[in-house]
Design a protein around this ligand. Sequence first.
Ligand SMILES: Nc1ncnc2c1ncn2[C@@H]1O[C@H](COP(=O)(O)OP(=O)(O)O[C@H]2O[C@H](CO)[C@@H](O)[C@H](O)[C@H]2O)[C@@H](O)[C@H]1O
Length: 474
Amino acid sequence: MRILFVGAEAAPIAKVGGMGDVIGALPKVLRSHGHDVRIMLPYYGGLEQWFPTPGKPVWQGSAMFQDFDVFETLLPGTDVPLYLLGHPAFAPKRIYAGPDEAWRFTLFANGAAEFAWNYWTPDIIHCHDWHTSMIPVWMHQTPNIRTVFTIHNLAYQGPSKAQLATMTWCPDYMQGHNAIAAAVQFADRVTTVSPTYAQQIQTPEYGETVEGLLSFISGKLSGILNGIDTEVYNPETDPSLAQNFGVATIDRRPINKRELQKEVGLTPNPDCLLMGIVSRLVEQKGLDLVIQTMERFLAYSDAQLIVLGTGDRYYETELWQLASRYPGRVGVQLLYSEPLARRIYAGTDVFLMPSRFEPCGISQMLAMRYGSIPIVRRTGGLVDTVTHHDPQHGQGTGYCFDRYEPLDFFACMVRAWEGFRYKQPWTALQTRAMRQDYSWDKSAKDYISLYQDILGKPEAALTSSGTVPSATRA
Ligand SMILES: Nc1ncnc2c1ncn2[C@@H]1O[C@H](COP(=O)(O)OP(=O)(O)O[C@H]2O[C@H](CO)[C@@H](O)[C@H](O)[C@H]2O)[C@@H](O)[C@H]1O
């Protein structure tokens, strides 16, 4: 099959959060199954560091009365062809934010549609989040190109119908009151990134005002759990770590804790419970629970905390103030750093993720792979990836709580702190967490079945190169 991934992020070149991990990893796994998968991204300012000589565009097109260029290269470290859509609107060195966000991503989506009609025609365009919402709208009248729309985060829904109509002249058939609602209606299939979240978004509590629509289209909605890139995120080979380790050499892991404590200005102490957060600092991530409980927990215990993230000014300020009140015990790094993130996964004892909602969550899986035990609220993909530690039966991979209440989170941290004092069961817990299989293999197969189902083609109808002969395309 020929599949074009279109999205705003792809690791390692343009990543803000988990969607970048997904678009950076899944295509290469799908290609290893014999499918021709390619990616299209905006050509953001700053990407020149990855591609010093952009060369000539492979195609030039226009959309919304704007001319744009498309350059072709490979996603670094992979064999995945990457198309970069170049237009001055993407010249600034930022992925999101800015007053023109709605306009420039609508241009990107429309440009990607033009590209698929005129240059490289895939069987399926796999669209990610609202930035690509116009693609299913346009493609519903193009029977040979089908669409999958994946919701990574329903909290962001893109421009309103009125804005879209002004920007794109989209005709009245564009149903739905905003970009994401339109995509959901016109896509051949809608997916989200965990089975639990696929159910939750059909309820008022998690549906972000589109729960009615999502339950109406539930026949074409499914949840496919994210994986992680186990080649790139491997504590045995990760060059960012002070000390590599694996399940068999877990006794080497404490070196990472000591070096991390030194690096972020915490008092080196192997015996205290070192807690970590690596996150976008936004309401979704449950940071108000952290802010409400942390002083009391620090007073009650010997714990330390390291936070890495950027986001809302309110959370940045609150966390910064906490760090200034607890020098040597709380370290806050308000920045984006991939190597430091990995050192936090490898050096902390527990990883906090008390999310208000969580479509899937990649961070808790990375934490487990690196032996840091997640403390999570049981919501969305956290339900599907973390099970509660049961020391008596030697089961479970983390600590979980249900209600979004400070007391419940506090109690969960106390249980983890208590558990950490018993070294043998703790090491067994770490080993279990590290042994979990969160690779993309299973989910990639689920996506392949979904694509085949849309095309109405059994595996045998595909050619040996994995493409459907054009004469037999639907
Ligand atoms: N300051 C920083 N420095 C370095 N690295 C940082 C960082 N802040 C975050 N990261 C990295 O960004 C990723 C975060 O991914 P998550 O899936 O946990 O959450 P996010 O909300 O961004 O993703 C959304 O999309 C994904 C993908 O579908 C869903 O899993 C998730 O639930 C949904 O909210 C991790 O790889 C993490 O290490």
